[in-house]
Design a protein around this ligand. Structure first.
Ligand code: IPE
Ligand code: IPE
Ligand code: MG
Length: 245
């Protein structure tokens, strides 16, 4: 049986999130510029997006650019933004062919105008697609998101639109960038780093974490299927005992 055939379609993660890391090290190992790592990383994005749709994962969220990534050298930031624009232009066909809806989370206002326009265009063109929602986290930072949420709710309290005793987890969820997404079930990080780097802190409260040494440009379908099989062998107890499940 192939890895894909071993996957239990009734136990798929509903929301898979990936920290795509290791582009720079991949390039360095090959004696190439970091930019080549990022370019090859986009090939892995396409493969993983298609594979996720193929096995019917409803929500896939990819960490593409963090609020902290703005602190990288100016040239690298510019290159990443250019790559975003060219990938959106190129991959609109992949999204349409696979019936995938594009979504974005993060402080999108901070993106360059071209990137904002292209993003808006692809989101608009794919809005009726319903096989899978692909969310790109761009200029995303969980602390920024939570800060924004607190600010927005505070304004509502001040204007008597909501009372403090009515603030519950649902209200908070409804003010996050991820308001239309379910909680993350499985979080994968490539490249051997074992940290969260300000990604979806609230939303991964009960996610299963999976770390792999594979660098993002080398990440293939079969690596993804291995991660999903590993996830399917875990017991998610949500605080209960094994016997209660
Ligand atoms: C991930 O690869 C891509 C982004 C963060 C934009 P890196 O560029 O972080 O690669 P490493 O960690 O330097 O290898
Ligand atoms: C996290 O990767 C952000 C993305 C993958 C977009 P980084 O490579 O920026 O994370 P740190 O700084 O090493 O934690
Ligand atoms: Mg990195």
């Amino acid at each position: 049986m192939t890895l894909q055939e071993q996957i239990d379609t009734n136990k798929l993660p509903q929301h898979l999130a990936i920290i795509m890391d290791g582009n720079g090290r991949w390039a360095k190992q090959k004696g190439l510029f970091r930019s080549m790592g990022h370019e090859n990383g986009t090939k892995a994005v396409r493969e993983i997006v298609e594979a996720s749709a193929e096995i019917n994962i409803p929500f896939l969220t990819l960490y593409a650019f963090s609020t902290e990534n703005w602190n990288r050298p100016k040239l690298e930031v510019e290159l990443l933004m250019k790559l975003l624009v060219s990938s959106l232009k190129k991959e609109i066909k992949t999204l349409q062919d696979n019936n995938i809806k594009l979504n974005a989370i993060g402080n999108l206002e901070a993106l360059p105008k071209r990137a904002k326009m292209e993003l808006k265009d692809v989101i608009d063109q794919t809005k009726e697609n319903d096989r899978m929602t692909l969310t790109l986290a761009l200029s995303y930072g969980s602390r920024e998101e939570i800060t924004k949420t607190i600010r927005e709710i505070s304004v509502k309290v001040k204007n008597n639109l909501i009372s403090p005793e009515n603030i519950d987890e649902t209200v908070i969820n409804n003010h996050l960038y991820t308001q239309n997404l379910p909680d993350v079930d499985l979080l994968i990080r490539t490249s051997g780093e074992q940290r969260i780097s300000n990604f979806l802190l609230w939303q991964i409260a009960y996610a299963e974490l999976y770390f792999t040494d594979t660098l993002w440009p080398d990440y293939t379908k079969n690596h993804l299927f291995e991660a999903i099989l590993n996830y399917q062998n875990r017991e998610r107890r949500f605080g209960k005992t094994s016997e209660q499940l």
